[in-house]
Design a protein around this ligand. Structure first.
Ligand code: HEM
Ligand SMILES: [Ca+2]
Length: 615
């Protein structure tokens, strides 16, 4: 960055040299004026702060209107620089609108560009990123692709020690963004934003079912999306932490005395709760995914940073313009190989019960949809009565803290699965086959066309695409030509990035690792409620430290432990790796922290928290 600025300055100096010559040709005693002109150019280009007590602007106006007035060529240039500077001060289109600060129930109106009110609203069609350049040749049976290249034969543990709990958050994120209509897979029933749709739902009807209507609160331990009930119980446990966090925030706001009515308290608490969710995604989830825990640097990848101002050299990077997730992203984010062994067993049993069969892998799609529908229509109308994993609610409707904490703690001990060929649990066979068929029906591109779209070099051969010789041979037999490989089967079988390194700790398949970041940056930056409208006024001057526990240092910038300590009191010791670093298995956490080269690793407790006396 420095060297770029240096070379720009060099270029600038030569342009300034010409102007200087021009001015000194016509005027004597112009040293002061030249300095002024130089400053004008500097501030126009580098956005350096202006010390207005020096009256530079007034001097400039005097020069243009009096001394230089007989030299229109100089005045024209200075005037242009001056007007450019003034014009650039104001963001276009506007960053914020007055009194326009609450999330809608269905994700409409999340773009501040009022022409795009509908963008990313629940019930919209998926966006499409890229099309196929030439027709596919004959495609193999989707079931054959699953059986030969995707099916888990033997569990392969994740090489970077990533825990199941990281994927519990990943599942909340995917259930926030994606909710395909089984009758019409081009429709996404959720909003295309990180707005905790699994908690708050996607309509006014959903909200009415989970809100108490009093003081902005949600019903105890309640969430809106019933799909979470048939995910491993750690996913529901994590969502309940966010549900409790909403109520914690609403109470806190009420006690400040600034708000009285339910709607204002609810909406403000939702904005803040979604803010914590995003902060966890950036400071814990993304940090683990790209391996930043291994360094003592505080740097994180933050897509919300304002780069809004124009300057003469860099175009602005807008925020809050709205987002619509793509169908491609839906498949890029299907991370079924990551499911841990224990969670695979759990879901297998759950499917056996719901489908009423011993071999859920053999169910046909119509039966699957029908049985799932029967299951969901058998749930209580009121989500505050739902339970999962046979957990019981107490007389106030709450689950026992330690029962919730236990699922998250167990998740941190479960090693997740490795990405790459042959690691998708067998019970998801029908889901995967139907998925591949949907991509065909909707015209999703080939892997190579998608790579070209991302400006990545296309694969030239099957060996180039996958490091696994056996997989390469199977792909060759099924697809014939490397350019014939479809996006989703390709993503599930391509080579994976190295593990245990800064930059790629999640060891994702190559194309996924790049695509996921492009989609993530867009969906966060384009949400006005994660950028300009998360301003202090709209969040009632909420201090993000309100949840903070004194061991901030121990978390190395992480946030998630604050939610655990606040909403699952007494379940974790103060310095527990299970709260501070839940996304890697504890033995791995120790190894990673040692790599930082400081003594942080000696201060963390790696023992399983003892919940016995809390039950
Ligand atoms: C034990 C864990 C998991 C189970 C039981 C599971 C189950 C399922 C099922 C049944 C579907 C089909 C849903 C439908 O078509 O309505 C599905 C779709 C999907 N899964 Fe998973 N999954 C698990 C883990 C994951 C993980 C770790 C991710 C990624 C982080 C993920 C991402 C997705 C996505 C993006 C879809 C498409 C959703 C949609 O189009 O609405 N899943 N999964
Ligand atoms: Ca959403």
């Amino acid at each position: 960055m420095e060297s770029k600025k240096f070379s720009l300055k060099t270029a600038l100096s030569s342009a300034y040299g010409d102007l200087k010559n021009e001015i000194s040709k016509h005027f004597e005693d112009s040293e002061q004026e030249l300095k002024l002109v130089h400053e004008l150019i500097q501030t126009a280009i580098f956005q350096e702060p202006i010390d207005d007590s020096k009256f530079a602007m007034e001097h400039l106006i005097k020069l243009m209107s009096a001394k230089y007035s007989t030299h229109p060529e100089i005045v024209n240039l200075l005037e242009r620089l001056f007007i450019t500077q003034l014009w650039n001060d104001i963001t276009k289109p506007p960053n914020m609108l007055a009194d326009y600060s609450y999330r809608s129930s269905d994700g409409s109106d999340y773009s501040r560009l009022r022409l795009f009110l509908q963008i990313g609203k629940a019930g919209s069609q998926y966006a499409r990123s890229t099309s196929t350049s030439k027709p596919f040749n004959q495609l193999p049976d989707a079931s054959k692709i699953f059986d030969e290249l995707m099916k888990r034969n033997k569990f392969i543990p994740h090489p970077s020690g990533i825990s199941a709990t990281l994927f519990y958050l990943a599942i909340l994120i995917t259930h926030d963004l994606f909710n395909s209509d089984p009758q019409n897979p081009s429709i996404d029933r959720n909003s295309s934003y990180l707005d905790l749709s699994p908690l708050y739902g996607n309509s006014n009807e959903d909200l009415a079912k989970i809100r108490t209507g009093v003081l902005g609160r949600l019903k105890p331990d309640t969430f809106a999306d019933s799909r979470i009930l048939i995910q491993p119980p750690g996913v529901g446990a994590l969502l309940i932490v966010f549900s409790r966090n909403h109520n914690y925030i609403a109470n806190y706001l009420y006690e400040t005395g600034k708000f009285k009515d339910d709607e204002h308290l609810f909406q403000t608490a939702r904005l803040i709760n979604c803010g914590y969710y995003l902060r966890i995604i950036l400071h814990n989830y993304l940090k683990t995914i790209i391996g930043l825990d291994r360094t003592s640097s505080a740097w994180i990848l933050d897509p919300t940073k304002p780069y809004g101002n124009n300057n003469l050299l860099l175009t602005p990077l807008p925020t809050g313009i709205g987002n619509q997730v793509s169908l491609e992203f839906n498949f890029i984010y299907r991370w079924h190989p990551a499911i841990s062994e224990a969670d695979e067993e759990w879901i297998n049993n759950e499917f056996k019960t719901i489908l009423g069969m011993d071999d859920p892998e053999n169910v046909d799609i119509n039966t699957f949809i029908k049985k799932m529908k029967e299951w969901s229509s058998g749930l209580p109308e009121d989500p505050s009565e739902w339970t999962f994993n046979n957990m019981k609610r107490d007389k106030n409707g709450k689950f026992n803290d330690s029962v919730i904490a236990e699922e998250l703690i167990k998740g941190t001990e479960k090693i997740s699965g490795s990405f790459g060929v042959n690691n998708v649990p067998l019970c998801l066979r029908i889901v995967e086959i139907t998925g591949i068929q949907a991509t065909r029906a909707l015209g999703v591109a080939s892997l190579n066309d998608f790579r070209k779209f991302l400006n990545l070099v296309p694969y030239t051969s099957f060996e180039d695409m996958t490091a696994d010789k056996e997989a390469a041979a199977k792909l060759q037999a099924l697809y014939g030509d490397i350019n014939n490989v479809e996006l989703y089967p390709g993503l599930m079988t391509e080579k994976t990035k190295p593990s245990n390194t800064i930059g790629s700790a999640l060891a994702l398949p190559f194309t996924i690792s790049r695509a996921i970041l492009s989609d993530a940056v867009n969906l966060v930056r384009n949400d006005r409620f994660h950028t300009d409208d998360l301003n202090q006024h709209n969040i009632a001057y909420w201090d993000w430290k309100n949840l903070e526990i004194p061991d901030e240092q121990l978390a190395a910038g992480g946030i998630i432990h604050q939610l655990f300590y606040k909403n699952l009191p007494n379940c974790y010791p103060q310095n527990s790796s299970y709260a501070l670093y839940p996304f890697t298995v504890p033995a791995k956490t120790k190894e990673i922290l040692k790599e930082r080269g400081d003594d942080l690793w000696t201060k963390v407790n790696y023992n399983t928290p003892n919940l016995q006396n809390l039950k």
